[in-house]
Design a protein around this ligand. Structure first.
Ligand code: GLV
Ligand code: MN
Ligand code: MN
Ligand code: MN
Length: 422
């Protein structure tokens, strides 16, 4: 039968403290707080460094140890009886969107930390160490693509490739990492790909399913396919007042036509395809010069790989044709391509059992958003726990969640981690 630690019937979830979790989340939300009540704490900024330091200090004050790898993933470890065993790991991210909320990412890190504290308060003796990780640059808002830290950790991206990526101001990931990692230089080094016994990530749902259905816990079965394209259109500068239409190579008009044509192709009856142009940069950016260069991104998601491949094929071909007809040139790069990721059935079942044992209403569901957890299955059995967010709003400063829902997710997480850590 199930053994919740050495306390007989006692569950470690009983030691989860709702107020402590909420207070820590509110402390974190101060770092990069925006006037509208959200958070702007983009990856590898000084704010990100401050949040990471705060986590490290909380960890050290509880006697946990800290590790970081070369892409800046920061691990907090509570020792097990045998620290040579691979850790049971949880976590998420501390970076945010430019118009981010207080919970996206921060919740998964703090729920994980709360679970570690619950084990500590209970004096739990687990066989495996239990860890919480703050993955670097999950959002990919400043430095696309998203899930960079977990991608490098699991070998999907090379460190060198990631370090060379630049933000719109020209600073590279490698340069930005130096000062941010220096803030936690007391952390011990950690190797990429170091094995994990299991990985479970807690996150707000970021969509309307749980809140609409009145459920508290989402037991996540899979993550839909997530892809990022960067498209450049090259035209030529010309005078806005004198240049006849036939002589123009207008990169913006070409880009706009490419986007409109692709968006039409992406439409489907079920509204299953998610097509987003979230970044659009036109240069030189002078109102009276015909624009010569456009860079834009397409974030493309769907629950079926075949549909993604159909659209990807078109994204590869159509820009050159459309741009050519407008005397421009196009170049398409695929920056990330994560197929549909099913989570590990044993972990999905465990999460469902733990939430049932706690009497919490919930359901199984796929994830519409991307998460670091989607890169972990090749390395370790993986799953995710969702909790509701108010009105399903996320990637918005108005993002909100209820303290009792957040605590419920942390309880499920604590019991799952304890079970897995033996
Ligand atoms: C998460 O931030 C995502 O882009 O899905
Ligand atoms: Mn997130
Ligand atoms: Mn996000
Ligand atoms: Mn995300």
């Amino acid at each position: 039968g199930r053994r919740f630690g050495d306390g007989g019937d006692m569950r470690y979830s009983e030691h989860v403290k709702q107020d402590r979790l909420w207070d820590r989340l509110m402390d974190l939300a101060q770092i990069g707080a925006t006037a509208k009540g959200g958070v702007n704490r983009q990856a590898l900024t000084q704010e990100d460094g401050t949040a990471r330091r705060m986590l490290a200090d909380w960890a050290l004050s509880r006697g946990f140890s800290i590790f970081q790898d070369e892409i800046g993933n920061l691990f907090v470890r509570r020792s097990g009886q045998d620290d040579t065993l691979p850790p049971v790991t949880t976590g998420s991210h501390l970076d945010t969107q430019p118009t981010g909320g207080r919970f996206d990412g921060a919740y998964g890190v703090m729920a994980g930390f709360e679970a570690l504290e619950a084990l500590e308060d209970a004096g739990a003796l687990t066989k495996h160490p239990v860890e919480v990780v703050a993955w670097t640059n999950e959002e990919g808002a400043r430095f696309p693509p998203s899930c960079m830290g977990s991608g490098v950790y699991t070998g999907r991206y090379s460190l060198e490739w990631a370090q060379a990526i630049r933000d719109p101001e020209g600073m590279s990931v490698g340069e930005a990492l130096v000062s941010v990692m220096a803030r936690t230089e007391d952390a011990r080094p950690r190797d990429f790909g170091a094995p994990l016994a299991a990985y479970i990530e807690a996150h707000i749902e970021q969509g309307p399913v749980l809140v609409t259905e009145g459920e508290t816990i989402g037991v996540v079965t899979s993550v839909q396919s997530q892809n990022l394209f960067e498209i450049e259109i090259f035209g030529e500068e010309a005078h806005a007042g004198t240049t006849p239409r036939a002589n123009r190579s207008d990169a913006v008009l070409a880009a706009v036509e490419v986007i409109a044509r692709l968006e039409k192709e992406a439409l489907d009856d079920a509204d299953a395809m998610r097509f987003t142009v979230g970044r659009f940069i036109a240069k030189p950016g002078a109102p009276n010069t015909v624009p010569s260069h456009v860079t834009f991104t397409i974030d493309l998601r769907h629950p079926e790989n075949a549909e993604i491949e159909r659209m990807s094929d078109l994204i590869g071909r159509l820009p050159a044709t459309v741009a050519g007809a407008r005397r421009c040139r196009a170049q398409v790069k695929r920056l990330s391509d994560s197929p549909v990721t099913p989570f590990t059935p044993e972990i999905v079942d465990l999460i469902d059992e733990c939430r049932l044992a706690l009497g919490l209403p919930g359901r199984r569901m796929p994830s519409g958003a991307g998460h670091d957890a989607m890169y972990i299955p090749p390395l370790a059995p993986t799953g995710m726990i969702f909790v509701p967010c108010v009105d399903g709003i996320s990637h918005n400063e108005a993002e909100d969640a209820l303290p009792e829902d957040l605590a419920a997710g942390a309880r499920v997480l604590a019991d799952c981690l304890a079970e897995l850590a033996g």
